[in-house]
Design a protein around this ligand. Structure first.
Ligand SMILES: Nc1ncnc2c1ncn2[C@@H]1O[C@H](COP(=O)(O)OP(=O)(O)OP(=O)(O)O)[C@@H](O)[C@H]1O
Length: 274
């Protein structure tokens, strides 16, 4: 590689033959996680945490043991969606995740703060260190799926997750605006460079269903989600409408009560990846 400066720690190329060190971090010795799935978005506010939560709820309802690692350290929203406000406890084995009423295990920086409204103003390497701790210090126990809700973009934290955790697949969340297409491709290309398969693309907020006539109203235009999934050879695709009832469930901390089938096919695909 002509531009190699021999500093593996700042390089994202994972298949380089001269790479000597592995960045993989050991999982907690009281954990046995079968599959780690990352949920990413190129851009903030597209509904990545909501999609992470819904995928977790659906897998959990199918009888799998599921956890969510909230790696969105500066904008954590997972605990609120599940109505979790207590602080994390620990014992001699490590940090204990909170457990939702449905049985999903959750860890988030918000569970470590004295006040959940305190902002986290830390630099990238510190944020990345916290994510590693969430992997090797949290007692996840037996899990079939650990979903990792990433911060938006392609910064330090996603890079750390891809290099340090045994990620077996990525779901990309997008919204229908034109601008987003280029940004999704950046996220897609980052994941590809790390040799991690993209298992699904979700286009969130695709349309609004008229409450009177049921017509689909494409507020942001029809979007190119499905076309993008086909072009990029992403094996599963889902399109979610804007659902005011779902927004209310998020606000009430009751996301486990959602009941739609838009993600069912993606779940069926996720179940096939071993
Ligand atoms: N399809 C939808 N229907 C209704 N409300 C939605 C939908 N998608 C997202 N929302 C609302 O938007 C809020 C923000 O979504 P979410 O936290 O999932 O975005 P995000 O992409 O994770 O944001 P960030 O990039 O800041 O982490 C949710 O709490 C929910 O209320």
């Amino acid at each position: 590689m002509s531009d190699c400066n021999n500093n593996c720690s700042s390089c994202s190329q994972s298949d380089c033959s001269s790479r000597k060190e592995s960045f993989k971090v050991e999982e907690n010795k009281f954990s046995h996680v079968k599959h780690v799935l990352g949920v990413v978005s190129g851009k903030g506010g597209v509904g990545k945490s909501l999609v992470t939560s819904e995928l977790a709820v659906l897998l959990n309802k199918k009888g799998y043991k599921v956890g969510i690692l909230d790696a969105d350290i500066t904008g954590p929203s997972i605990p609120k969606m599940f109505g979790i406000h207590e602080q994390a406890l620990g014992n001699e084995q490590g940090i204990l995740p909170a457990v939702t009423p449905g049985g999903i295990k959750i860890i988030s920086i918000n569970m470590m703060l004295d006040d959940e409204e305190t902002p986290v103003i830390w630099r990238g390497p510190v944020l990345a260190g916290v994510v590693k701790q969430f992997w090797n210090e949290v007692v996840w126990g037996e899990l079939d799926y650990l979903l990792v809700d990433m911060p938006p973009g392609t910064g330090d934290v996603p890079l750390t997750v891809f290099q340090s955790l045994p990620v077996s697949g990525i779901v990309i969340v997008t919204s229908p605006q034109e601008l987003v297409e280029m940004i999704v491709k950046k996220a897609y290309n980052m994941v590809k460079q790390m040799n991690i398969p993209v298992v699904g693309l979700v286009q969130n907020m695709s349309y609004l269903l008229c409450p009177d006539c049921g017509r689909k109203i494409y507020i942001y235009g029809e979007g190119k989600g499905e076309e993008m999934a086909n072009t990029l050879n992403i094996p599963s695709y889902a399109s979610l409408p804007i659902e005011p009832a779902v927004a209310q469930l998020c606000d009430r901390g009751a996301i486990e009560e959602f009941s739609h089938s838009y993600l069912d096919q993606m779940i069926a695909y996720i179940e096939t990846i071993a």
